[in-house]
Design a protein around this ligand. Structure first.
Ligand code: NAP
Ligand code: F7E
Length: 337
């Protein structure tokens, strides 16, 4: 019998790659689907199996991290071996506009899921999607021992989720782990995160559909990796004998300006001609520099980053150009990247 997993956030960037990975490993995958007035399954449509599918290994269930009872029912119904909590209001700038909602979904949502595991009596392991945003203003390099100093409602909510996860491990002996992941991107990255906003603009400017790109702080330093590689680390953490917390990062710094320059160059464009500053995209308190030290994950999980920011910029520009060409010619846009 293959294993069973439950993923919150399966419709997001990471959830879609993780679902692919687990299906390839022979898992039955259950995904938590938020009710939306329009379709929100674009990232997983290529692996979707309808209710009439004879041997379904991917099943979606309407539920929400704000509804603790629904989580208990879902756990009882699916009896997963592994739970991956990837669901969150994950946009840092937006968290300043919706701080209470972000705290409820991203922070308390984690506690609801942990408590739902206890209440359901299901024997399972849980992965919590913790974030480098928890380090905030503590200078790099950041590792598992670096003190947290979050700089946004999102970062504060993730710190709450982190410590709740540690507490359930210590208090109840739960196999609960935190993956402290640094920024990771892909052609499936949400369109309002800075990397995708840039690579999508390169494709649109190249096609004559856009002539300006408005951005905020170009001096911020980030450690950008490739999302499909990062979901492998999530899975590896749940295969260990003992639960623990791990930083997942490339260790290679770049500024937003570096990424911008590389992406526009990949599109044969000079960024200075098109990019303008708009303070709207600045944060009330910024995280200046995040650069991770993945030594522990390398040593104990055997995980290593393979793709770095410049290559990432190039592959994301290529994917956005391909998707736009397909869209303009009326062909189906590929999502299986
Ligand atoms: P994402 O693309 O924004 O996906 C977030 C997912 O959460 C979506 O499936 C979304 O559903 C779901 N969601 C939002 N609110 C929910 C709620 N109330 N109940 C249930 N599900 C809800 O994020 P991602 O980049 O894949 O990141 C995955 C996780 O890792 C998140 O927790 C994020 O905070 C964390 N993280 C991300 C990074 C990164 O660089 N990508 C780094 C560190 C940590 P809809 O599709 O319906 O909106
Ligand atoms: O911003 C700057 C911005 O929104 C990166 C999430 O996945 O990673 C992500 O959070 C940097 C910041 O990602 C624009 O000020 C400039 O310094 O792409 P971002 P993030 O805030 O680092 C962490 C690890 C997570 O956990 C989060 O879930 O880019 N920046 N101009 C801009 N950012 C955006 N979004 N838009 C701009 O126009």
């Amino acid at each position: 019998m293959g294993k069973t997993a439950l993923i919150s956030g399966i419709t997001g960037q990471d959830g879609s790659y993780l679902a692919e990975l687990l299906l390839a490993k022979g898992y039955t995958v259950h995904g938590l689907l938020r009710r939306s007035s329009s379709f929100n399954t674009e990232r997983i449509d290529h692996i979707y199996q309808g209710p009439q599918h004879p041997e379904r290994t991917l099943v979606l269930h309407h539920a929400d991290l704000s509804d603790g009872v629904a989580l208990v029912n879902l756990l009882r119904e699916t009896e997963p071996d592994e739970v991956y909590n990837l669901g969150a209001q994950s946009h840092v700038r937006v968290s300043f506009d919706t701080p209470l909602y972000t705290a409820d979904t991203t922070g308390l949502g984690t506690l609801r899921l942990l408590e739902a595991i206890r209440a359901s009596g299901v024997d399972t392991r849980i992965y919590q999607a913790s974030s480098s945003e928890m380090f905030g203003s503590t200078p790099p390099p950041q590792n598992e021992d670096t003190p947290f100093h979050p700089r946004s409602p999102y970062g504060c909510a993730k710190v709450y989720g982190y410590w709740s996860t540690v507490n359930y491990r210590e208090a109840y002996g739960m196999f609960a782990v935190n993956g402290i992941l640094f920024n990771h991107e892909s052609p499936r990255r949400g369109e309002t995160f800075v990397t995708r906003k840039i690579t999508r603009a390169v494709a649109r400017i190249g096609a004559g559909l856009q002539d300006r790109l408005y951005l905020g702080n170009l001096d911020a330093v980030r450690d950008w990796g490739y999302a499909p590689e990062y979901v492998e680390a999530m899975w590896l953490m749940l295969q260990r004998d003992e639960p623990d917390d791990y930083v997942v990062a490339t260790g290679v710094p770049a500024t937003v300006r570096d990424f911008l320059q590389a992406a526009f160059a990949a599109g044969g464009l000079e960024w200075e001609r098109y990019v303008r500053f708009d303070p709207k995209y600045e944060r009330p308190s910024e995280v200046d520099a995040l650069v991770g030290d993945p030594a522990k994950a390398e040593r104990l999980l055997g995980w290593r980053p393979r793709t770095h920011w410049r290559e990432l910029a190039e592959l994301m520009v290529a994917a956005d150009r391909e998707a736009l060409d397909a869209e303009l010619s009326g062909a189906t846009v590929r999502i299986d990247r």
